[in-house]
Design a protein around this ligand. Sequence first.
Ligand SMILES: [Zn+2]
Length: 171
Amino acid sequence: MGSGHNEAKFKAAILSRSTSNDWDEAKAEWKLYTVYNDPADRFCECDHSPIHQICVILNTKNGQKTDVGNVCVRRFLRLLSNRIFSVIKRIRADISKSLNPKALELFKERGLISHQEEQEYLTYWRKRKNMTEYQRSQKLTINARIIEFLDEEASRLIAMARAHGLKVQQT
Ligand SMILES: [Zn+2]
């Protein structure tokens, strides 16, 4: 069965939603918008199913968004979605863990943290000790804000997927 991820199908689907007809140019139009887990057996753009780690990718030229599997995002678009999934998982398990720079950048772009918060967080994200009270409390506040937002967004996106039959397993 191999990996089950059909590169040709994935590329064709992404190209059809891109501005450019050239794969390398088209690929560069896409960036990671958000990630979430869906317990249902969803379909990727490559037709692989089930996928549970869903990446919402955004085309920066035409504003289109689509839900695809984490495997294809990594393999064919070369976006660092894994780093986002793993850091979110870590923080869910322990809210005092740190977001990484990729996640901070993503959440800043989404307007969830300010530029100043990002810059401050980057000064202590690797620290375990010698953090000020301000830094400790800022980190917990930001982490909690991100998790709360992602939970809310995930339920919204899952409901939307169900409502539109959007690559959710169809019989
Ligand atoms: Zn796929």
